[in-house]
Design a protein around this ligand. Structure first.
Ligand code: ZN
Length: 400
């Protein structure tokens, strides 16, 4: 496809050949580059549906103002290797957090999308939002105190429940007492005087993986197989939220093998009751083994304990069964596994074989099934990217 036909097809897809009136292409370009959605002039031209000559002017302006850099060489797609676009601005940064049930990861991201700091803090989601956000705020305070003279441009937070992105809150979470519709985004925005992006943890993880992955997978599923199960969908390079923000919440899919087991959602027979890390822990305890966390499960599997290995393999098979139905329907280019169970070979092998067994050959022909490349930092990278994107979409953002 030549450039003209790409433009034409984009224009017909977007339903508008001419740029919107009053459109700020510089902010749009910054947001796309910051989010990791475009990395070269041609990708930028495609995303903004603009001709190469116009893109050239936009890039030149942003480079001259010191907002972006254009350097290095990206992977070739046949012709000359493209130069890589990245956001610059060393004195500014965003804060990011990936909140789990019992601990959280917090970090600092530079404007070029690089994670400059990543640490774990104790965080108990069951203490409720007032205490939880106090703990998070104090942790952010110390990261800021370590960066005197530098400017905070925004905050991104991932939470372990269904998220209403526009309202910046969780909606009907099953393990977060007191958090339902609590204004997480507004509370942090008032405390820190900056924009705050709130996202579901699995979606943030998927966005992080997407922005760092090369070559790019526009259609991707990222599965979080940890104490709980979650999934994030990337469709045409964007997180897919669904109608009410619950897309990807595969943990409550009814699974025949789960029988009548009671789930945290109040239903019976959910995938969560047989394929999550928490389920493996309780199934092992029921067999009389001394385990209380997924770390204990990891240790037992590494010691080739037959009960633990068998249950972990079953968990991978059950998860693979549910995911194979989605893969058949969605036909993605990649399925990535993250979370503590994905570090266990018996789990990954069972998951993988279930996908090959349960999917049409055309669906798996070019499908990548792999472990996450970012590991525990995937959610932080995703929330950092979201915070950057939100900051650059704000016309009042000052970079330094
Ligand atoms: Zn359930």
């Amino acid at each position: 496809m030549n450039e003209k036909s790409i433009l034409a097809s984009n224009a017909s897809k977007e339903g508008a050949a001419a740029p919107r009136r009053g459109r700020d292409v510089h902010s749009e370009a910054l947001a796309l580059i910051a989010a990791g959605r475009v990395r070269s002039r041609s990708e930028l031209g495609e995303a903004l549906a603009m001709a190469p000559s116009s893109i050239s002017l936009v890039v030149q302006t942003l480079v001259t103002k010191g907002w972006i850099t254009e350097s290095g060489q990206g992977p070739s797609t046949g012709g000359r290797r493209p130069r890589i676009l990245a956001v610059s601005g060393e004195s500014s940064y965003v804060l990011c957090a990936d909140m789990g049930g019992r601990h959280a990861k917090i970090g600092v991201m530079g404007l070029d999308g690089s994670l400059q700091e990543s640490r774990s803090i104790d965080f108990d989601v069951t203490t409720g939002p007032d205490e939880g956000l106090r703990v998070l705020g104090a942790a952010f305070d110390s990261l800021m105190a370590e960066r005197p003279g530098r400017r905070l441009l925004g905050i991104g937070v991932a939470l372990p429940g269904p998220v209403d992105v526009a309202a910046g809150c969780v909606d009907s979470p099953s393990r977060m007492p007191g958090w339902h519709r609590y204004p997480v985004g507004a509370t942090l925005a008032a405390r820190f005087g900056t924009g705050v992006a709130v996202e579901n943890d699995a979606n943030a993880m998927a966005l992080g993986e997407y922005s760092e992955r090369s070559p790019r997978s526009g259609q991707m599923i990222v599965i979080k197989a940890g104490t709980a199960i979650g999934a994030g969908f990337i469709i045409d390079g964007k997180v897919y939220h669904g109608a009410t923000g619950a897309a990807g919440d595969i943990t409550h899919v009814r699974t025949p093998a789960a029988g009548d087991a009671l789930c945290s959602c109040g239903n019976r027979g959910c995938l969560e009751t047989i394929a999550s890390g928490a389920a493996v822990v309780s199934l092992l305890r029921a067999r009389g083994l001394d385990v209380s966390t997924t770390a204990d499960v990891i240790r037992l599997v590494e010691d080739a304990d037959p009960d633990a290995t068998g249950l972990v393999r079953d968990a991978g098979r059950h998860l693979g069964g549910v995911v194979s139905a989605i893969v058949n329907f969605f036909n993605p280019t990649a399925v990535l596994l993250n979370g503590v169970l994905s570090t266990l070979e018996p789990f990954v092998a069972a998951f993988r074989s279930q996908l090959y067994e349960g999917c049409h050959p055309l669906v798996t022909k070019e499908l990548t099934i792999a472990a996450s490349s970012l590991g525990e930092d995937a959610g932080l990278v995703g929330t950092g990217r979201l915070a950057l994107q939100q900051a650059f979409e704000n016309p009042h953002t000052q970079m330094s």
